[in-house]
Ligand binder design. Structure first.
Ligand SMILES: C[S@@+](CC[C@H](N)C(=O)[O-])C[C@H]1O[C@@H](n2cnc3c(N)ncnc32)[C@H](O)[C@@H]1O
Length: 304
């Protein structure tokens, strides 16, 4: 079943267009933000996956943050996606100004509307700012009490991680906290189908300069950025029915994640049916081998 895929397939359409001032790109029926290394789509399907994933992670981590916060007055979420995390933080801390930063405002419906087109659904203390973290954050030094970044492991080139963490640290006030959450690239344990998918995706990402295997080094990056009291926690989420309610939810997230990653696999020469078959085999492995998906939650304090 696990055949080698020697031929690269040409994308069905790879046209470049622009929405607002952000160029877009289509690949195998999915829509991407052009001009950045980020390897996942940014269309409505992906936004729905991110919202679902947010609810699963909040339940699994028993909350939205781990750092010991005391009434922060300003919060920044870098690579905020749909902004779900940041909007919830705006409700949890009504006295704080909360900013979600992303390369592009998220689409929220089939017409391609963005969240600011429905201001009645936005907390008053939340606002979206567009920016590219790889070019540095568009804020002065020491602007925020809490700076958070989650799941950019498919977005940040291996040699830019320290720069990105330094930026998070720069815009954090002395005494404030930086928290970074990343998923491990792969599962624990790892069966042959999951290993096959991971091995197939890696060259597609390496072509963009991305090495998604950096999650375990986050603690070192935070320390090198000068943060103190750095704490690193690993949480293993069950994947599959064997893991009860949480395992079932994580399995749905993993399945939709494979759908979002499918264009990368197709571009490497796999066929649609290869991907479907691998996904099915992986589902069986999750149950048989009791897969878990490890996450790293790392936080540290900027010296006062
Ligand atoms: C996997 S999503 C995670 C979203 C959100 N942090 C969450 O946990 O739900 C990664 C996000 O990073 C954004 N992103 C990718 N590259 C970026 C860049 N260079 N600058 C800013 N945002 C970026 C993407 O647009 C996407 O919304």
């Amino acid at each position: 079943m696990l055949r080698f895929w020697p031929f690269r397939r040409k994308p069905d359409r790879a046209d470049i267009s622009a929405s607002g001032d952000v160029p877009r790109r289509r690949l195998f029926g999915r829509e991407y933000t052009a001009g950045i290394p980020y390897a996942l789509p940014s269309d409505l399907g992906e936004m729905n996956r991110l919202d679902f994933q947010h609810f699963v992670l909040r339940q699994a981590f028993k909350g939205n943050y781990a750092a010991p916060l005391h009434a922060p007055s300003s919060i920044l979420d870098v690579g905020c996606g749909t902004g779900r995390w940041a909007k919830e933080m705006a409700l949890i801390f009504p006295g704080a100004n909360v900013v979600g930063l992303d390369i592009k405002e998220p689409v929220t419906d089939e017409q391609g509307q963005s969240s600011t087109s429905t201001p009645d659904l936005l907390p008053e203390n939340y606002r979206f700012v567009s920016g590219n973290i790889l070019e540095g954050l568009p804020f002065p030094d020491a602007s925020f009490d809490f700076v958070h970044q989650r799941l950019l492991f498919f977005a940040i080139p291996g040699d830019r991680w320290q720069f990105v963490i330094n930026e998070l640290c720069r815009v954090t006030r002395p005494g404030g906290w930086v928290e970074v959450v990343e998923g491990h690239y792969g599962y624990d344990p790892m069966g042959p189908a999951a290993q096959y998918i991971a091995d197939a995706m890696l060259p597609a990402m390496q072509k963009r300069g991305i090495d998604p295997r950096n999650s375990a080094n986050l603690g070192q990056f935070l320390q090198q950025a000068g943060l103190q009291q750095v704490q690193q926690r690993m949480v293993k989420l069950p994947v599959g029915d064997w893991g009860g309610r949480l395992g079932k939810l994580v399995a749905v997230d993993v399945e939709t994640f494979i759908q979002s990653s499918k264009p990368l696999l197709l571009a490497q020469g796999m066929s649609e049916s290869d991907v479907t078959q691998l996904g099915e085999t992986m589902r069986q492995e999750c149950e048989r081998l009791h897969y878990t998906w490890p996450f790293y939650i790392v936080y540290g304090q900027r010296p006062g």
